[in-house]
Design a protein around this ligand. Sequence first.
Ligand code: ASP
Ligand code: MG
Length: 440
Amino acid sequence: MKILKFGGTSVGKPERMKSVATLIQSDEPKIVVLSALSGTTNVLVSISEDLFGRYQKNALEKITELEAHYMMFVRSLYSTQEAVQKSKQVFEKHFGLMREIAEKPNFTGKEERTLLAQGELLSTQMFQLYLEEIGYPSVLLNALDFMKTDSDGEPILEYIEQKLQHTIAQTPDAKTFITQGYICKNTRGETDNLKRGGSDYTASLVGAAIRATEIQIWTDIDGMHNNDPRIVPNTKPVAELSFEEAAELAYFGAKILHPATIHPAKMYNIPVRLLNTLQPDAKGTIITNELSYTSQSIKSVAAKDNIIAIKIKSTRMLLAYGFLRRVFEVFEKYKTPIDMITTSEVAVSLTIDNATSLASIIRELEYFGVVEVDKDQSIVCVVGDLVAENKGVVAKIFAALQHIPIRMISYGGSQHNISILISTKDKERTLQTLHKGLFS
Ligand code: ASP
Ligand code: MG
């Protein structure tokens, strides 16, 4: 079985949704995972914000607007009145629930999560009605029946596996299953989600759960590019990436894939293919363990913003053991992950991207020595096969960076990446000059 995941823009217009229906029509058994129509989750987030702020009237207006948008959508999606009527019933149920939530006197996180789940519940039912109208058989699976997270919000793969395999076995003749990305149940049995962009993660969890032969992530770009196409002209899709390389890129800013997606696929060695709905024949990017021999050594450059660099200078660190542990314990206490780290004999520099507890962290670190904080930093990460034998690689990277002030360098943590910390104001020219130096 294959998994085919389509993002919000791939189903965001009636014509697009129709193209998706064409794309999935094959004899191969498959599970189709859909996001909400593009823009919907953003609207649901803003409705939630209104409700937290007690602006019920605004929230209700937005619900009405959204429903009108969906009505327009199905009028051009379906060609029969019957399908339009059926979708109206679906809308009555879901928009009705949204209104009920909006009118309740108190709005909490629980209501918010229920609200956020409506987008995927709607898109999948609309899509299935379309398949029904064109006479293509499919089975709709409710992700809330098998997607479950633990008390840390992490998916419970064993549970997903058991439930999903059992559910699929109920309809042995079915070839095409459809389900929602993003949404799940939590330990309290409430509706929850896998965080923004989480539909990719659903696809790879579902793929791992049924040991799929391939996980396809369909978006509106032809694969993972070798640099940020919004900043650098003439970027190209990377044909092949290893799981490790893809994980680094997804984490360090390549927006195309949710960073958590790689792990479940890697666990069962399931290839992940990134494809473009607008250019279905383009090769895209394949993420796999079996890279072809001709695979390039440097694959791609990506950048992540809103990084904070913290330097702790201490003469106490000199020849001391246990110093780093005590520094790390501060970050652990405030549940703040560290991304990059470099040390010298008398100082340690590290980066975080979560400023929630910054003030408390600094206060505690000052016990160890002088603390310096630099905000508005970006991590630029060069990803590829950078094994030590690959001699010229590092020289090439730094030759390209000769005019860029560098705050930190991290190399050797993995064979797949060199991370460089720069000031965000230098990001554009850093990406451009690296692109010239490495790919042209
Ligand atoms: N609809 C959700 C979001 O916009 C999940 C997803 O599209 O992956 O974040
Ligand atoms: Mg996405």
